[in-house]
Design a protein. Sequence first.
Length: 146
Amino acid sequence: MHITTLPDDQRDAAVALWHACDLTRPWNDPDADLARALAGPASTVLAALDGEILIGTAMVGHDGHRGWVYYVAVDPARQRTGLGRELMAAAEAWLDERGVPKVQLMVRAGNAAVVGFYEALGYTDQGVITLGRFLDPELEARRRGA
């Protein structure tokens, strides 16, 4: 197993993995998220590969001060093997190499198992509330289920 930047021929597999891990939502287009991350100068998608088989991902990016990690996914058959920890270490290293002093991530409310995973890695509740707004009214309507 090795971790590298997501190869182009693994894009569909990454999105399929995100669906399998229940990371997608109807109002977010995972293909567009992936394309933006790979095209941006301050972001990427890391891939854990076992030979030619994609077994994990972590999308990572930064604004110069804060790094963010999204779409941390491990093939359900390989969860609880340490791969998630390795992906997070790779994401943190990617940010550290770019001089980013802090890393943050978001976990959906009620996802206690995932919160426990990140707490075991040393992440703590930062005491902030995340607010957001869709600039596209159609996406906001999808989020509300309209």
